[in-house]
Design a protein around this ligand. Sequence first.
Ligand SMILES: *[C@@H]1O[C@H](CO)[C@@H](O)[C@H](O)[C@H]1NC(C)=O
Ligand SMILES: *[C@@H]1O[C@H](CO)[C@@H](O)[C@H](O)[C@H]1NC(C)=O
Length: 395
Amino acid sequence: MPRHRIAATLLVAVITVFLCFRTPDWPSAFNKPAREILNSTLGFQHIFAINLPARTDRRDALALAAALTGLDITWTSGVAGQDVHDRVLPGDPSVSRQLSFGKRGSWRAHMNVLQRIVDENITSALIIEDDADWDVRLKSQMQVFSQAAKAFTQPSNGQTVAEKHSDPPGQELPLNQLPPHMRKPRLTPYGDNWDVLWLGHCGTSFPDPSTGNIVPSFRVTIRDDETVPYSKHLQPHPFALEDALSEAYPPHTRVVHASSGSICTQAYAVSQQGARKLLWQFGIQSLTTQWDLMLRDWCDGLYDDLSPDSDTPHIEQYSNQLRGPVCITTQPPLFSHHYGKGAASDITAPGGGYVSKNKEMTPYIRLSVRLNMERLVKGQEPTEQWKDDEPQLNE
Ligand SMILES: *[C@@H]1O[C@H](CO)[C@@H](O)[C@H](O)[C@H]1NC(C)=O
Ligand SMILES: *[C@@H]1O[C@H](CO)[C@@H](O)[C@H](O)[C@H]1NC(C)=O
C-alpha cells in the first residue's frame, strides 16, 4: 500500500475514534429514537413487578405477558398490610395510623422497591403492578415516548425545551418539530433530569397554570399514532366520561406532558434522584393517604415551596435545582389496568363504576398482550381490542 494511502487510512481511523468518543457530548443532529429502549428492560436498568406471593395467578399471567413481549421482570414481594406495624409509619401518627391495611401494604411494597433502587444505586427502574397490561408494540411506543419526554428531561444550555416554551403558558409542539439540538443523554435514554415517568395511570389532566399549578404546561403532540384508540374509546372504564384528550385532539393523537392530577400506579419509572426524593418524603417524612394520591400530589409540586416569597435567595439563578419535581406522563397511558375474567364478583373500577366479570378488557390498549395471550402463545397474530368505528353516513 502506498505511504499516502496508509496515512490517509490512519487519519480516517483517528477521526472515527475521535468522533465516537466525542459523540456523547455533541448535540445530536436529530432526536433519534434510542436503541437501548428496545432491550428487555426498555432502556431502564430494571423492571420491578410488585406481586403478593399468594397471588400466584397474577404472577403466572404477568410472567407470561412479559415473556411474550421480550421483557425481563425482577420480582418484588407485595406486603400484607397486617405486617406493617404502627411504629414504622412515618409522619403524624394520628393520620398514618388511620390507614387501612390495604393502603399500608401497598405503601410499604412501593417503599421497598424505592429502597432497593436507592440501596443498589440503580440508575432508573420501571415499577409495575401485577395486573398491568400493555400493547404488543410497547417497545416502539416507548421509543416515541422517550423522544417526546426529552423535551422535559433533557436540558440543553441549562434549559429544557419545555422551559423555553413555558412563557406564555399553554404552548405545544408536534414531536417532529422539537428543536433538534438536544444534547444526547448520559444517564438514561429518557433524558438526564427527571424523577418520575408516569406511564400507567387511570387518569391525568393537562396542567393548568391558571390554577396555580407549578408544573410546565407545555405539551408534545404525536399525531397519527395508530396505537392510540379511536376517541370514543378513550375512557378509564366503560361507564366513565371520555377523556379530555378525545375532545381536544383529532383521533389517534398521543400527548406527552408534565403529570398533573395523575392517579393509579399501574406503571411508573423512577430515576435514582427520583427514588431518593420519594423515599425521603414518603419513607421517612410523611404518610397521609394511599400511595398513588401521595405520588400525584408530589408530582404536582404540592410538597415543594417554590413560591418567590419563600426565603430562598436568587430563585431565578438556581431555578435548575429548585424547579420542583419532573414527572412526565402521556395520554393515553402506555400501561393500563387489566380487567380479567373469573373474579368472584364484579370489581370496582379505579375511579368508580363497575366492570362486568364476564368481559375481559384493558382500557386504552389496542393490541393488548393479556387479551392476546392465547394467540401469542400459539404463534398467531394479535387482534385488535378497540377498533376504529366506521364513519357514520350523516356525520
Ligand atoms: C437496557 O438498557 C439500559 C440502558 O442502557 C441498561 O441500563 C440495561 O442494563 C439494559 N438491559 C439489559 C437487560 O441489558
Ligand atoms: C451511583 O451511580 C452513579 C452513576 O450512575 C455513580 O456516579 C455514583 O458514584 C454511584 N454511587 C455509589 C455510591 O456507588
